[in-house]
Design a protein around this ligand. Structure first.
Ligand code: RTP
Ligand code: MG
Length: 142
């Protein structure tokens, strides 16, 4: 498997619970390296644009409201098989269904307040990274 980059958001619930370091530590101890990082309180427009693929879904409005309810941590993670690896570390979307030991099982409250976002494919990772980080703010991991 090749080295990949994936886009991560530590969502407002996890920032409010003060578990940013614990979550980043899971990335780092599983072979993912932080190569870009910024804290930001998203505007409504930014959140709607980011989650544009979900615009027609019934949960879209709640999702946007939640994502702008407080600051988030935006990061690019780099490593072997980074996209699938991050998804595995995150666990299922609904924390009640997330495997024990995953980030969502350990830190998420609900399907809305579910602690983290991670890209689901190489194409979306590239789009999501570029949405928040100019290339000059993403640093080589090795
Ligand atoms: P994410 O994009 O945040 O990494 O999560 P995901 O791939 O596991 O889930 P996705 O289907 O992309 O949905 C994006 C976010 O929308 C919220 N959601 N709510 N109430 C619902 O049925 C529902 N379904 C999804 C979640 O916060 C999910 O992370
Ligand atoms: Mg998704």
């Amino acid at each position: 498997m090749a080295v990949q980059r994936t886009f991560s958001i530590i969502k407002p619930d996890a920032v409010a619970k003060n578990v940013v370091g614990k979550i980043v530590s899971r990335f780092e101890s599983n072979g993912l390296k932080v190569v870009a990082s910024r804290m930001k309180h998203l505007s409504r427009q930014e959140a709607e644009g980011f989650y544009g693929v979900h615009r027609e879904r019934p949960f879209f409005k709640d999702l946007v409201e939640f994502m702008i309810s407080g600051p988030v941590v935006l990061q690019v993670l780099e490593g072997e098989d980074a996209i699938a690896k991050n998804r595995a570390l995150m666990g299922a979307t609904d924390p009640k269904k997330a495997e024990a030991g995953t980030i969502r099982a350990d830190f998420a409250e609900s399907i809305d307040a579910n602690a983290v976002h991670g890209s689901d494919a190489p194409e979306t990772a590239a789009i999501e990274i570029a949405y928040f980080f100019p290339a000059c703010e993403v640093y080589a991991g090795r």
